[in-house]
Design a protein. Structure first.
Length: 221
């Protein structure tokens, strides 16, 4: 199994979030690589995809990973995700299972558990995907109104302990067979096994998320 870490340097909403120092002089990329190695992955099975050659070479020097230089055209936010995934797997020339490890949920540590679970479910699932349970009063925008999801306003108010369990899919970690990637070109196959993660999910999408993730990581590691 090979693991691909997407780590472009030109992130826009949170400037340089993947590579700038997150804890001491370790970036989110460094932290993710370290956790994968601690989970039993060989550094030569970890592929980091970035358009910044200097950052890639620094990661090679520090961790011994496999660098994969990404074409700038593959960094555009408007690029289809399926196009990027298929192109990346083809560039990496991977045969066999492919894991995707995003760096933006640094609290996740269950990589080894995911791999062992995958070995036990792969005979009926074509992918394993991490999800987090969410049990809250959620709403969705419906024009000028807010519509409750799984609960009701007023006389039919739902007690918190009776709220339905929902799940967040932050693209933290997934494993797919080669055939599944060829069919779906995505992080989720047609027959996924959902790995329900422990702990708190902070998916970094804003500067506030970044600071919250720093505080959470410092408190738990």
């Amino acid at each position: 199994m090979k693991v691909i870490i997407p780590a472009k340097a030109c992130s826009e909403r949170v400037h340089d979030k993947n590579w700038r120092p997150f804890i001491d002089d370790f970036s989110l990329v460094d932290i993710t690589i370290t956790k994968l190695i601690a989970a039993g992955f060989n550094s030569q099975d970890i592929i980091v995809s970035s358009e910044c050659e200097n950052r890639l070479q620094a990661a090679v020097k520090r961790h011994g990973i496999v660098p994969m230089l990404r074409d700038l055209a593959m960094c555009c936010n408007d690029l289809s995700l399926c196009t990027w995934i298929r192109s990346t797997v083809e560039q990496a020339n991977i045969e066999g299972d492919v894991a995707w490890a995003q760096v933006t949920n640094p609290g996740f540590t269950q990589y080894a558990h995911c791999v062992s679970t995958w070995e036990s479910v792969r005979h009926f699932a074509d992918s394993l995907v991490v999800a987090y349970p969410v049990k809250r009063y959620l709403m969705m925008e419906a024009g000028s109104w807010m519509r409750p999801i799984g609960w009701s306003f007023g006389e039919h108010h739902t007690k918190s302990q009776q709220l339905p369990m929902m799940y967040e899919m932050p693209f933290t970690f997934s494993i797919l067979s080669q055939e599944s990637i060829e069919r779906s070109g995505y992080h989720i196959g047609l027959r996924p096994h959902w790995f329900v993660a422990d702990g708190k999910c902070i998916d970094i999408d804003t500067e506030d998320d970044y600071r919250a993730a720093q505080a959470y990581y410092s408190a738990t590691h």
